[in-house]
Design a protein around this ligand. Structure first.
Ligand SMILES: [Zn+2]
Length: 144
């Protein structure tokens, strides 16, 4: 649905992990996007390990979060999502990140009440574990 502040129609608010080590910085992440040759960052918002929500892109702009699902989505990611040693998918959100994610999603839900909140992996055909937890279930109290 449209909001007064965003000319785009937002049908999805998509939760991601950055699939980076827990030591990954925002600068590392921006470098990664540049190295992929992306014009836009992968996410609109990134939640740092200490629970700071950094805006990488305005909500009116299209990010590179999920192929085929960017034009009508807002993407938010937490830094982490892989085990630092094994590099295997892992829900390693800090308590600060859990709280900041929930707060940011509640705000986004106020602006886009009809948008579905779900994880990257909840789109049909996606083979990734991202965001390494069941976002649809965890935030089901916001989806209706
Ligand atoms: Zn993702």
């Amino acid at each position: 649905m449209k909001s007064s502040t965003n000319p785009r129609t937002i049908n999805y608010i998509v939760v991601h992990c950055t699939a980076g080590r827990t030591t990954q910085t925002l600068a590392d992440l921006r470098r990664e996007f540049r190295q992929k040759g992306w014009q836009a960052p992968g996410y609109h918002y990134v939640v740092t390990r200490d629970g700071h929500v950094e805006r990488l892109l305005g909500e009116d702009k299209v990010a590179n979060g999920v192929k085929g699902h960017n034009h009508d989505a807002i993407h938010i990611a937490y830094i982490g999502g892989i085990n630092d040693r094994t590099l295997q998918p892992e829900d390693n959100r800090t308590p600060y990140q859990k709280r900041a994610l929930a707060d940011q999603l509640r705000l986004l839900h106020l602006i886009y009440p009809r948008a579905v909140i779900q994880g990257h992996r909840d789109f049909a055909g996606v083979k990734k574990a991202c965001p390494c937890f069941d976002a649809k279930r965890e935030y089901s109290y916001l989806n209706r």
